[in-house]
Design a protein around this ligand. Structure first.
Ligand SMILES: C[S@@+](CC[C@H](N)C(=O)[O-])C[C@H]1O[C@@H](n2cnc3c(N)ncnc32)[C@H](O)[C@@H]1O
Length: 258
């Protein structure tokens, strides 16, 4: 997908995004706790969520950590950031910019340096991840941490076959992201976290129809309907159970924490 398609996709789904991603009451607290722990976030840290979307996870991290300074929610989609403003979430500062804008210092941030930064499911939208992760590393304070949360190279979602195949074509490899971090000078580590999703089948089908994953935007309406027929045939059960597995690629910068 080129940048215009990406922007159009998020413009279209922004107002429904939170509804689609709240898989169940435990998903956001669970993921936010994993992010907080992996990044060892403390309340004194200067924190940024890059490709924050509607701030779903930043909001929860803020609740866990009570940061002394707001979490910067950086995203190039005005429509996604508008959801943060709409809910006037305390402790979050929306910033309209891409990961590349921050990496190349085209956008000035309210903090000189950052202590804890994450990109959750946004790195696949970055055109040159090596250059962007190198630039983001330069924005980190000594002992700063950078976390990329992404789906692994293959997923076991109950999607139709063509969607799973296209996912595998498009998804960057987490090991490659770890390599970029190492070349940027970070000490990098790759590990996985997993939880089981339990989703009402009809709700999942409506999420697919609404193209809840950006890769689904690469299919036409008729291809999606055909895919949904395939999903219904493969999954007659009313409740879908499947593992949701995420790769966590953590990079730590050398130096003493302030
Ligand atoms: C799948 S959503 C993830 C949102 C949020 N991190 C989450 O996990 O709910 C991807 C987000 O990346 C943003 N995005 C697209 N291109 C980007 C770029 N070049 N740099 C940073 N974010 C980007 C999109 O606008 C969208 O909000």
């Amino acid at each position: 997908m080129d940048q215009r398609d990406v922007a159009g996709h998020y413009e279209e789904i922004a107002s429904e995004y939170d509804e689609h991603w709240v898989y169940g009451p435990n998903y956001i607290p669970w993921m936010s706790a994993c992010i907080t722990e992996a990044l060892s976030i403390s309340s004194a840290d200067r924190i940024a969520d890059i490709g924050s979307g509607t701030g779903l996870f930043a909001r929860e991290v803020s609740r866990i950590v009570h940061p002394e300074q707001p979490i910067l929610c950086v995203d190039p989609s005005e429509a996604m950031l508008r959801q943060i403003d709409r809910q006037s979430l305390p402790g979050l500062t929306p910033i309209l910019a891409s990961a590349e804008d921050i990496a190349d210092a085209r956008t000035t941030l309210p903090y000189d340096e950052l202590d804890a930064v994450w990109l959750k499911e946004s790195v696949h939208h970055v055109a040159d991840p090596g250059a962007t992760l190198r630039g983001l590393t330069q924005r980190l304070a000594p002992a700063g941490r950078l976390l990329v949360v992404m789906l692994p190279a293959t997923i076991q979602y109950p999607l139709f076959r063509a969607a799973l195949e296209r996912f595998e074509e498009l998804q960057p490899d987490p090991a490659g992201i770890a390599g970029h971090m190492e070349r940027a000078g970070l000490e990098a580590r790759l590990f996985h976290v997993e939880h089981e999703l339990r989703l009402d089948r009809d709700k999942y089908i409506s999420m697919v129809r609404a193209r809840y994953m950006s890769l689904l935007s690469t299919f036409s309406d008729s291809e999606i309907e055909k895919g949904i027929d395939e999903m219904r045939a493969a999954h007659p059960e009313p409740l879908l159970l499947f593992p949701d597995r995420f790769a966590f690629v953590l990079g730590v910068k050398h130096g003493e924490k302030r």
